[in-house]
Ligand binder design. Structure first.
Ligand SMILES: *Cc1c(COP(=O)(O)O)cnc(C)c1O
Length: 391
């Protein structure tokens, strides 16, 4: 498998063909496994004989998904989890202890902030939030007990781009681990481990599925680190279901095709929006006007499907544009074949203070779109209806 190109790995890696000779990957719906005899059972339980014991520990379909995703991220090992949030939680529970300190980007998924600020804080893990940019902010937040640096790039919803290589050097110098949530790009567009990140997090719910069906997640990195994460999972239970693993495993086969289509449509829509008289600003790293354009072009093979823009006016005008759409789905989810539209200030970012929102650039006239796989002309028409009305 090592000599295969990325797209071949997406289709061919992680296959565990059963004696039935099935061509498509089998779905192993079983909670437990049988042993040949009592001695065999004892050896499996002791870890002396390889093989499955119980699906909280391992399952062949889940393993297939893990192996395939590991091949695509260039990771030694992968641990699949019940959701993206449980991927983050499992990483923290396995690798942190009371008294440790985390530096986390301010510009991460809202629930990730809650996980760090509320739940981990309850267990004596200290956290500092810093803006994703510039790197100097991270530098000055470091402490002697800093164990983890956590970020998403590109960020949500303004598509800011962090220099993974620089962040990895910073983490290494501080004897801390760099964790990158690679949800927005997926390994089809960006492989953070190749730039020196220690751990990659996924919400498989988004692009890995790509059709909005299942909730799942994954953690990837060096074998020794993933052994720790798997240890937590085995004992504490946030494992991925075999059914969901099967959906994600098949999703990976078309991931690159979909990501390129999402990216091409997003770039076209961003370019069109930038020229619209009722649009004040467009945030998409594929645009040359974006401050992260050069870095994104170096770090990513395309710019992804998420963009945001500010309409002329305030919340009323933003809502009017959103409410005038008939095709796009009004939902906070992303990474779906169906285009989604949302007003961040009153939904995904409503729980942070108005002051913090202002600082982070989440203004009341900002709209986020996760571009799906519909025809681009229909998407433009859907937005033009509202944009022309507020003009
Ligand atoms: C959705 C999301 C998560 C959480 O994933 P779930 O599968 O919903 O638990 C984490 N990070 C990012 C960037 C996300 O978009």
């Amino acid at each position: 498998m090592d000599e295969l190109h990325w797209q071949s790995l997406a289709v061919r890696s992680g296959i565990r063909r059963s004696p039935e000779g099935e061509h498509s990957e089998a779905l192993f719906m079983t909670s437990s496994y049988v042993f040949d005899d009592a001695a065999h059972a004892a050896a499996r339980f002791a870890g002396d004989a390889p093989g499955n014991v119980y699906s909280r520990y391992t399952n062949p379909t889940v393993r297939g998904f893990e192996d395939r995703l590991a091949a695509l991220e260039g990771a030694e090992a992968c641990v699949a989890t019940a959701s993206g949030m449980s991927a983050i939680l499992s990483t923290c529970m396995a690798l942190l202890k009371a008294g440790d300190h985390v530096v986390c980007s301010r510009d991460v998924f809202g629930t990730t902030r809650t996980l760090f600020a509320k739940y981990l804080a309850n267990f004596g893990v200290e956290v500092s939030f810093v803006p994703l940019l510039p790197v100097e902010g991270w530098q000055s937040a470091l402490q002697d007990n800093t164990k983890l640096l956590y970020l998403e790039t590109p960020s949500n919803p303004l598509c800011e781009v962090a220099d993974i290589q620089r962040m990895a050097a910073l983490a290494q110098a501080a004897d801390a681990l760099l964790v990158v949530d690679n949800c927005f790009c997926s390994p089809a567009l960006q492989q953070p481990l190749a730039f020196g990140a220690d751990i990659v997090i996924h919400s498989a719910t988004k692009y890995l599925d790509g059709q909005g069906r299942c909730v799942g997640g994954a953690v990837l990195g060096r074998q020794a680190l993933m052994d720790e994460v798997l240890g937590f999972l085995r004992s504490c239970g946030p494992t991925m279901s075999a059914f969901n693993a099967w959906v994600f495993l098949k999703g990976l086969e078309t991931l690159s095709l979909r990501m390129r289509a999402h990216s091409a449509s997003a770039l076209e829509l961003a370019t069109w929006l930038e020229a619209h008289p009722q649009v004040d600003a467009v945030f998409y790293a594929g645009l040359e006007s974006h401050s992260g354009h050069a870095l994104a072009a170096k770090q990513q093979s395309a710019f992804g499907g998420v963009l945001s823009f500010r309409v002329r006016g305030g919340q009323a005008q933003a809502w009017e544009v959103i409410d005038a759409t008939r095709l796009m789905s009004l939902t906070a989810n992303l990474g779906d074949a169906k285009t989604t539209i949302v007003h961040p200030a009153t939904t995904t970012h409503s729980r942070i203070s108005a002051e913090e929102r202002q600082e982070a650039g989440i203004t009341d006239n900002l709209i986020r779109i996760a571009v799906g796989l519909e025809d681009i002309d229909d998407l433009k028409k859907d937005l033009a209806r509202g944009l022309d009305a507020i003009g």
